[in-house]
Design a protein around this ligand. Structure first.
Ligand SMILES: [Zn+2]
Length: 283
């Protein structure tokens, strides 16, 4: 009987791993839950530099570090806002792009206002920011306190906003969705099914990344206390919008149970199968 129990446990445990706790893909085939942490733009510019956020952005670093040091994500991706100095999003470049300002629209006289450009690539309403995260400057470096190691799995870095004429809040696409970054390919090649999004800023790059992840059919969780925004009003609006779209908003202390919960479900299913098989063979 013990021999049968042992064989059954081995069988049930491997079967359980690939069944109950796993999600069904759109094609209907079983997929193991694979977890990625997306660390969005935890760069000097947004913490203490040229576009420092107002609500203690450095406070997210120990929270993110704790996740990195204690949760076994299958992979971790760090995104970097990475602009050339002539980037479309900089207020200081408004004059150089004057020929593209749409006639009859308001011309901003300071940063944090929206301009309508007719080109050079596409017509776009562009929020004008202070010059920030210029490529290969200290301002664009990841913050020195941010942990860049994982308990397991691989680490990737994705740079965005590189095209002078396109802004890119999301780590997946530019704002016009003309081009993809390599992020979706990285996640798909490693069979990622679920992403946890942390970093800066909640109402822009975190929200855009999470909404795209959700659209791309990753189960998407934003870890709210591990993010900081630009303004409270737009943070609240984006959180509400993300929830309506199906993005889960959670606290950092829920991440562990979500990941180990799946493992526990796998184990309980395996044990249940084992008991059923033993009962069948011994009666
Ligand atoms: Zn930017």
């Amino acid at each position: 009987m013990y021999f049968i129990l042992a064989i059954t446990l081995v069988f049930a445990s491997s079967y359980g791993q690939y069944s109950v706790a796993n999600q069904l893909s759109s094609a209907g085939t079983a997929k193991r839950t694979v977890n990625a942490l997306l660390v969005i733009d935890v760069q000097n510019c947004f913490i203490s530099g040229s576009l420092a956020l107002p609500h203690s952005p450095a406070d997210v670093i120990p929270i993110i570090n704790n996740l990195l040091k204690t949760i076994p994500f299958d992979l971790v991706v760090y995104s970097h806002d990475w602009h050339p100095s002539n980037h479309i999003s900089f207020f200081n470049n408004l004059n150089d792009r004057r020929q593209y300002i749409k006639p009859g629209t308001k011309v901003p006289d300071q940063p944090y206002q929206v301009v309508t450009y007719t080109g050079p690539k596409v017509e776009t309403e562009q929020m004008l920011w202070p010059t920030h995260c210029v490529q290969n400057t200290g301002d664009a470096n990841l913050h020195a306190s941010l942990v860049q190691t994982t308990l397991k799995g691989e680490i990737f870095h994705v740079r965005k906003g590189i095209d002078p004429d396109l802004d890119s809040y999301s780590a997946f696409y530019d704002n016009q969705k003309l081009y993809k970054t390599e992020l979706d390919d990285i996640l798909r090649q490693r069979n990622v099914t679920r992403v946890f999004v942390v970093g800066l800023a909640t109402d822009y790059c975190v929200a855009y990344t999470a909404l795209d992840a959700n659209d791309l059919n990753y189960a998407t969780y934003v870890v709210e206390d591990a993010c900081r925004g630009v303004t409270n009003a737009s943070v609240q609006a984006q959180i509400a919008y993300m929830k309506r779209q199906g993005v889960k908003i959670i606290h950092s202390n829920e991440v562990r149970s979500l990941i180990s919960g799946a493992a526990l479900t796998q184990l309980s299913f395996s044990l249940m199968l084992a008991v059923l098989f033993v009962f069948y063979f011994t009666n």
